[in-house]
Design a binder for this molecule. Structure first.
Ligand code: IYR
Length: 226
C-alpha cells in the first residue's frame, strides 16, 4: 500500500475498481433493478437471524460519509424480548395519540394507501430492532466536541443500512414513532444522543403484501443541465 503525508497527516493511495463504459452501464442498470426491489415491509417473521449478519449490516452502515468523518451515530440493537415489549408499549401509546389527535386530516389522508395505524406488533415480532441515534455532540469525559451535518450524516448511514439489509435478503421498516423520547429512556442513552429512526429487521412474514406503489420516473426526479 502506497502512503504519503499531506499537511503532516497520513494518506493512503486510493485504489479503484474501474470499468469500461459498457460494463459500467450494465452494472448500474443491474444495481438499479436490484435496489428497485427493496420495499418497506410491516409484516415480519419471528425467525431468528444470525447476530453476525446484523453486525455486518452495521459495519456497512458505518462506511457512510459523515461531516468531518465524525461518524455521529450509535446503532442500538435490541433483541431482548422484554425491552422490545417496553418499546412496543411506549411506541403504541405515542402513536395512538398521534393518529387520534396530533396528525392532521391531510396527513392521515396521505397515509391511507399504506394501511398503517397505531398498532405496532412488529416491534415485538421482528427478531431485531435497530434504533439509530444521532450524536448532537460528543462527550469525552468532561469535554464536549462538535459534530457537523449530523442529520445529513445519520440519514446517509441509515440509507446505507437499508441497502445492507436488502443485500442480506432481509426486510426493514423505517419507523418514526413520534415523539421518540421514550427510546432515550428505555435504552438509557446519554444526553448527547437523540433518537433518529427505529428500524425493525427480519425476514418478511410467510405471506406479505406491500402497497402497490409507483416510483416517480426519471423525468420527474431530475433535471439535466447540458
Ligand atoms: N409514524 C406513524 C405515522 C406514519 C407517518 C408517515 I410520514 C409514514 O410514511 C408512515 C407512518 C407510524 O409509523 O405509523
Amino acid at each position: 500500500m502506497k502512503t504519503k503525508e499531506i499537511n503532516g497527516f497520513p494518506f493512503v493511495e486510493y485504489v479503484r475498481d474501474t470499468y469500461e463504459p459498457h460494463e459500467m452501464t450494465e452494472r448500474s442498470e443491474t444495481y438499479y433493478h436490484w435496489l428497485n426491489n427493496r420495499r418497506t415491509v410491516r409484516d415480519f417473521s419471528d425467525t431468528p437471524i444470525p447476530k453476525e449478519v446484523i453486525e455486518n449490516i452495521l459495519k456497512s452502515a458505518s462506511t457512510a460519509p459523515s461531516g468531518a468523518h465524525k461518524q455521529p451515530w450509535t446503532f442500538c440493537v435490541v433483541s431482548n424480548p422484554e425491552i422490545k415489549k417496553q418499546i412496543r408499549i411506549a411506541a403504541e401509546e405515542e402513536e395512538k395519540e398521534s393518529y387520534s389527535k396530533r396528525m392532521s386530516e391531510e396527513w392521515l389522508h396521505d397515509l391511507e394507501h399504506l394501511g398503517t395505524d397505531w398498532h405496532k406488533p412488529f416491534l415485538e415480532i421482528a427478531p431485531y430492532l435497530i434504533v439509530v441515534f444521532k450524536k448532537a455532540y460528543n462527550i469525552n469525559g468532561e469535554d464536549k466536541t462538535n459534530n457537523y451535518y449530523v442529520n445529513e450524516s445519520v440519514g446517509l448511514a441509515s440509507g446505507f443500512l437499508l441497502t445492507a439489509i436488502h443485500n442480506a435478503g432481509l426486510v426493514a421498516l423505517t419507523h418514526t414513532p413520534s415523539p421518540m423520547g421514550f427510546l432515550t429512556k428505555i435504552l438509557n442513552r446519554p444526553e448527547n444522543e437523540r433518537p433518529f429512526l427505529l428500524i425493525p429487521v427480519g425476514y418478511p412474514a410467510e405471506e406479505t403484501y406491500v402497497p402497490k406503489l409507483e416510483r416517480k420516473p426519471l423525468e420527474r426526479i431530475s433535471k439535466f443541465y447540458e
